[in-house]
Ligand binder design. Structure first.
Ligand SMILES: [Zn+2]
Length: 326
């Protein structure tokens, strides 16, 4: 449900490098997605609103790049804007590419921009990234000042639902997600978030939200960022080692399976999907890129999950949301 490959390619383009989407050194490319039997990838346009003066202009440049890159890979992949198109592309044996936005803050206070985003093919949008914005408080800024969703944020949820654009609460504060649960008439997603009970990070979801999101028929996409999978170790700061060097590959893979099982226990087995966050995170040694999906499948089997449960996580649960909402 989430990757930042477009933003990576756009940033490299700013440095004069034209990166191929067919084969590259990033976390995701067509050759490896094909080998991994991908059905669909959401491609997020993530604009760092703290960095760019005119986020909507940067957004437009990234959308343009997305379109060009996808059309260069027409043999492998095609953009989809509806469930019907998803079925057609799937039937033709190609991978589906869905355009999404990370950080609704790119719109500033102008919710009319939602129509333009929809027109561009955006079918999912996170309300925040790591900054507070006109829509709500970010998980990264949580604390006493957590004001949840703003009035505009509530309006945004309703307008997105009216447009059939999927609301994404990844990066939103706890109170913000509780507010979305109150406002939303339709299911929504946390496209790349894990369980806080297993790894105490603000970006991960506490049990009560996992439970309510399950009851609301939402889907939570597993995030492969090692610091969101495993807790930091007491001696790490002293040794100045990145977390992914402190745990073995086996331990890291096991942690992904543990998060899946935990979220299934709390939210329900129909409510877990894959988020990955490829090209938005430091390389996970156990899951270095989209080529590693078969290894994740095997790890889930070893972890005691039944093939039908793993199929739910790998595609069925997310597909259900797309069928119902798109
Ligand atoms: Zn993110």
């Amino acid at each position: 449900m989430h990757c930042d490959t477009v933003e990576r390619m756009w940033s490299l383009q700013q440095e004069g490098k034209d990166i191929s989407l067919i084969t590259n050194n990033l976390h995701a490319d067509m050759e490896r997605m094909k080998a991994s039997d991908y059905g669909l990838q959401n491609f997020a346009v993530w604009v760092d609103c703290g960095k760019y003066a005119d986020p909507m202009e940067t957004y437009r440049q990234m959308v343009q790049l997305f379109r060009r890159k996808i059309s260069e890979c027409g043999k492998y992949i095609a953009p989809v804007k509806s469930y019907r198109e998803l079925e057609q592309v799937e039937k033709a044996g190609r991978i589906c590419a869905m355009l999404t936005v990370e950080d609704g803050g790119i719109m500033g206070k102008d919710l009319d921009q939602l129509d333009a985003l929809y027109e561009d093919g955006v079918r999912m949008m996170s309300l925040t990234w790591n900054y507070n914005n006109s829509l709500g408080t970010a998980a990264a800024k949580m604390g006493a000042g957590d004001r949840g969703l703003t009035k505009l944020g509530r309006e945004c949820v309703t307008r997105m639902e009216d447009l059939s654009m999927i609301v994404d609460v990844a990066h939103l504060s706890d109170r913000g997600i509780a507010d979305v649960l109150e406002v939303a008439r339709k299911p929504f997603v946390a496209s790349h978030s894990n369980a806080r009970a297993l790894c105490p990070m603000p970006r991960n979801l506490p049990d009560e939200l996992l439970r309510s999101m399950g009851e609301h028929d939402c889907v939570i996409g597993l995030n492969f960022f090692v610091p969101f999978l495993l807790p930091a170790l007491p001696w790490m700061a002293k040794k100045r080692l990145p977390l992914e060097k402190c745990y073995t590959k086996e331990k890291i893979m096991e942690a992904v399976v543990q998060h899946a099982k935990y979220i299934m226990d709390i939210a329900g087995s129909e409510h877990v999907g894959l988020g990955s966050d490829f090209d938005g995170i430091d390389r996970n040694p156990a899951l270095p890129g989209c080529e590693a999906m078969p290894q994740l499948y095997d790890a889930m089997r070893r972890g005691g999950l039944a093939p039908s449960q793993i199929d739910g996580i790998f595609y069925r649960n997310v597909k259900r949301i797309y069928r119902d909402l798109l």
